[in-house]
Design a binder for this molecule. Structure first.
Ligand SMILES: Cc1cc2nc3c(=O)[nH]c(=O)nc-3n(C[C@H](O)[C@H](O)[C@H](O)COP(=O)(O)OP(=O)(O)OC[C@H]3O[C@@H](n4cnc5c(N)ncnc54)[C@H](O)[C@@H]3O)c2cc1C
Length: 417
C-alpha cells in the first residue's frame, strides 16, 4: 500500500512515520525548501505527550524541553509584575508535560522517519485528483505521484482541503487574532530571563517571551485584529506587524531590536494578486517570520474516498488552545496507525471513517474552549488588562492553578493507537 502525504509539518511527519513503520510505502511532498526558522513552541501534554511516548521520542524530546519555571509580567519600565510558578499549573498533568520548539519537534520526527520514506522539499503539487481507483498529484516538473491514499497535512491554508472539501469560507473560522512567532539567537537576553517566561501586554497586543538553553529567545507577538486574513498566509509584512509591539517592555524591545537587524524582516508580504493557484503553494522563505491568523477549522467530514485531512488542515484548534501541536502530532500518528492496519485499498474508506469516529471527540473539547476563550488571549480594554494582572496573581495559588489548567485546557486525553 502506498500513501502520499502533502506537508511535512508535525501532523504529516507523524502520519508518515506511523504508516512507514506499518509497512506502507510513503512519499511526502513539502512546499518549503527548508524548515522555517521562526516557529513557536509545541506544548505537549495529554494525547500529544502520550503519542510522543508511543513513538519512542519522549527521551529525545525531554532533553530539549524548556518549560519556564515561572511566568511573570514585565511592566513597560522593567519592573516585575505578578506571576506564577508553572509547576503549579502543569501539575494538573502529573508531570506528563513538556514544551519544546515546534521546529525541534519536527526535526525529531523527521530524523525518526524510516529510511524508506521519501521526503521531497520545495515541491508543492500543481494539481490533485482522486477517484475510487486511487489518487494522483501532478508536480511542477511534469511528474506525477500516484498513491492509494492522499493525506492532506498541509496546515491551516490547506490546498488539499480546498480541492476536495470546499472553500475556506465554509470551514475556517477566524478568531480575530494575528500572531508572529520569532526565534533569535540572544544569549544575553536569555541570561536576563533566568529561566522565566515573560508576558508583556498593552491594549490590543500581547507578547510571550521565553529563553532556551541553547541561547535562543523565542517570542510570540499576538495582536487583536478584526481584519479578514487568508488563513495560514501573512496579511502584512512581518516588520510592520512587529513594529506595533515596541514599548511594551524592555525585554521584548531587546528581542525586537535584535530582530530589526535581520535583512529578511522588511520583505513585503505576498500581495493577493500573486496568490498561487489554490491547489499549489509555492515554496515559502524559511528565514522571515510570518504574521498569521489564528483560526479554528470545522469540517463535517475529514475524509472523502481515498483522501483524508489531518492536523490544522482538518481541525485547527489555533495557538490559543496551547494544544495545536500536540493534537497535530497525536492525530497524525493515530491516523497513520489506523491506516497501517489496512491490507487492501478497499479497506481504506472504512479505516478513515473509524479514525474520524474515534479522533473527533478529542478535538471537539479544545475547539469549544477556544471559541469561548479566544477573546481573552489579548486584552482589549483597560479593564481586561487589570483582569489579566489579577489572573497572573491568582494563578500562584496552588489549587487554583491546577483547576485553571483543567478548565482552560479541557479533557485532554485521546486514543493513541
Ligand atoms: C505563529 C504560530 C504560533 C503557534 N504557537 C503554538 C503554540 O504556542 N503551541 C502550540 O501547540 N501550537 C502552536 N502553533 C500551532 C502549531 O505549530 C501547529 O498547529 C502545528 O504545527 C500544526 O501542524 P500541521 O502539521 O497540521 O501544520 P503545519 O505545521 O502548518 O504544517 C503544514 C506543512 O505543509 C506545508 N504545505 C502547505 N501547503 C503545501 C502544499 N500545497 N504542498 C506541499 N506542502 C505544503 C507547509 O509548508 C508546512 O510545512 C502555532 C502556529 C503558528 C502559525
Amino acid at each position: 500500500m502506498r500513501a502520499l502525504v502533502i506537508g511535512a509539518g508535525i501532523a504529516g511527519l507523524a502520519a508518515a512515520g506511523a504508516l512507514a513503520r506499518g509497512g506502507w510505502e510513503v512519499e511526502i511532498l513539502e512546499a518549503r525548501t527548508q524548515r522555517p526558522e521562526h516557529q513557536g513552541m509545541a506544548d505537549l501534554f495529554g494525547a500529544g505527550y502520550d503519542a510522543l511516548e508511543a513513538i519512542g521520542l519522549l527521551p529525545a524530546a525531554s532533553a530539549r524541553s524548556s518549560t519556564p519555571f515561572r511566568i511573570e509580567l514585565q511592566h513597560p519600565d522593567g519592573r516585575p509584575g505578578p506571576g506564577y510558578p508553572t509547576a503549579r499549573f502543569y501539575g494538573a498533568f502529573g508531570g506528563r508535560h513538556l514544551s519544546l520548539p515546534a521546529a525541534d519537534l519536527e526535526a525529531l520526527l523527521e530524523d525518526a522517519l524510516p529510511p524508506t520514506v521519501r521526503l521531497r522539499r520545495g515541491c508543492a503539487p500543481e494539481r490533485l485528483e482522486a477517484d475510487d481507483g486511487g489518487t494522483a498529484a501532478w508536480l511542477p516538473d511534469g511528474g506525477c505521484v500516484r498513491a492509494d491514499v492522499l493525506v492532506g497535512a498541509d496546515g491551516l491554508g490547506s490546498a488539499v482541503r480546498r480541492t476536495f472539501f470546499g472553500p475556506d469560507a465554509e470551514c475556517v473560522r477566524d478568531l480575530g487574532l494575528r500572531v508572529a512567532d520569532v526565534s533569535v539567537h540572544a544569549p544575553g537576553l536569555v541570561q536576563e530571563l533566568r529561566g522565566r517566561g515573560l508576558v508583556a501586554d498593552g491594549i490590543g497586543r500581547t507578547v510571550q517571551l521565553c529563553g532556551l538553553p541553547d541561547g535562543r529567545a523565542m517570542g510570540a507577538f499576538i495582536e487583536h485584529s478584526a481584519a479578514a486574513a487568508r488563513p495560514g498566509r501573512p496579511d502584512t509584512d512581518a516588520g510592520t506587524f512587529l513594529d506595533a509591539f515596541t514599548g511594551l517592555a524592555p525585554a521584548t524591545d531587546s528581542l525586537l531590536g535584535l530582530l530589526q537587524k535581520s535583512p529578511a524582516l522588511h520583505q513585503p508580504a505576498v500581495p493577493d494578486s500573486t496568490a498561487p493557484d489554490p491547489t499549489a503553494l509555492g515554496p515559502a522563505s524559511a528565514g522571515e517570520p510570518e504574521a498569521v491568523a489564528a483560526a479554528v477549522v470545522e469540517l463535517p467530514r475529514w475524509s472523502t474516498g481515498r483522501v483524508v485531512l489531518i492536523g490544522d488542515a482538518a481541525c485547527a484548534v489555533s495557538f490559543v488552545s496551547s494544544q495545536e501541536a500536540g493534537l497535530a502530532l497525536a492525530g497524525g500518528a493515530f491516523l497513520g496507525a489506523a491506516l497501517a492496519r489496512t491490507r487492501a485499498p478497499e479497506q481504506v474508506p472504512g479505516a478513515l471513517a473509524e479514525f474520524e469516529r474515534r479522533w473527533r471527540p478529542t478535538v471537539r473539547g479544545p475547539q469549544r474552549l477556544v471559541k469561548r476563550y479566544a477573546h481573552k488571549a489579548v486584552p482589549r480594554t483597560r479593564m481586561n488588562l487589570l483582569d489579566r494582572r489579577f489572573a497572573l496573581r491568582v494563578l500562584s495559588v496552588p489549587g487554583i492553578a491546577r483547576a485553571s489548567a483543567r478548565q482552560l485546557l479541557g479533557p485532554i486525553r485521546g486514543p493513541v493507537n
